[in-house]
Design a protein around this ligand. Sequence first.
Ligand code: PLP
Length: 480
Amino acid sequence: MELIFELSRAGRRGVKMPTGDVPESASLDPVYTREKDAELPSLSEPEVVRHFTNLSKMNFGVDSHFYPLGSCTMKYNPKITERIAAFSSFASIHPLQPQLVNGGMLTQGALEVISDLENVLCEITGMDEFTTQPMAGAHGELTGIMLIAAHHREKGDRRKYILIPDSGHGTNPASAAIAGYEVKTIKSDDKGVMDMNEFRKEMNEDVAGVMLTCPNTLGIFNPRIKELADLAHASGALMYYDGANLNAIMGKARPGDLGFDIVHLNLHKTFATPHGGGGPGAGPVGVKKHLAEFLPTSRVVKRKDGTFTLDYDRPKSIGYISQFYGNFGVLLKAYAYILIEGKEGLIEVSENAVLNANYLMRRLKGHYDIPYGENCMHEFVISCCRQAKRGVHAVDIAKALIDKGIHPPTIYFPLNVKEAIMIEPTETESRETLDEFVRVMIELAELAEKDPVAFKEFPKTTSVGRLDEVKAARDMNISA
Ligand SMILES: *Cc1c(COP(=O)(O)O)cnc(C)c1O
């Protein structure tokens, strides 16, 4: 920290810096400091504005295009939540500032937001306690699996396996493996949910936990969750809920009531904050009472006088899993979003997400194969097997969509559907946008029949055209 202060000071010699807690006398060896001002390139404001405006126009985002990305929920996010997160009273505080000094409030507001957010997330999911530390869905999964490990360790119970259905998100087995478990993959049945017979066969006292996404990545709600959870609990295993798809069931069903012990949520999918490109996220983890003592330190707690502080005295905690309290800006956006929507609003979000997906599914039926489900939840998976027989694969349809001004949905996932295209329209799209998507998809299905070779040229509208994917993967020095 001191070094950074000193370097910035050295770079601006002659400018009087506010010193604050930084000692006036620099301890940096003069070998590292400049004699002259750095010769930095300079640009005029219009040049800078044009550069960034042109860059922004090359982007294909949810603020400019329909973005029906299955699994990773790319919905329009209200700008008011961005504005709230940018309030200087939140944006300019630091976790190392005092919580409370001489009656001044300092970081009290931030602690209250975290505490309140934990409470509303408990209410929404039916869990007893939450930590806001994890910075992404996958990070929440790792935290959750570490909690499972802590639970079994406490009992002196050495268990080896985590069971995950074959439709599970790739991060699920990865998180289980990083936490030190072996993964057993359970096949899906012909209805697209975990095969009960396979599950029974694998469930025994070596199993530490079961990781489930519900509704799963096929957009199907498993009606036998309760039975599954009872079987797992009877063997001493814990139930983990991957809550990335919570936007399908908010206000309708709660993982805590369905028998889950641990849940992570993707605040950046369900409750504002557009994500993608690895941007900031938040994957808070909720647990039932019996696991609360293992949650990461520190915990925000409320004192009797109504002020908030941090409790570090948690001997059984798995420790810190991120610095401070997670991505505070993302937490703040989610909190604002939840308060703005309220209970009725959140229920409507889920209802519209499910309605929009079912509308698209019905209208695309007949033009594409839909291997699973009469009805879907918030997303569904089509198969391009019919088109593939004419030489047009899922990737070709995806490339063609770019020319039509639509961001391609997720392709080739989940792995249990051949030539998969996974479509999630989200609740924020209008009937007109959905109809336009249907029109384009039908047009492409017809083109696949009439002129399959045409697809090899798509996309035509981007500056680089069709990327050579093999070259892109192998050759780091491509110039566009
Ligand atoms: C997005 C997603 C994840 C991972 O979340 P990240 O925030 O991207 O790490 C896990 N499971 C499912 C079902 C998802 O859709």
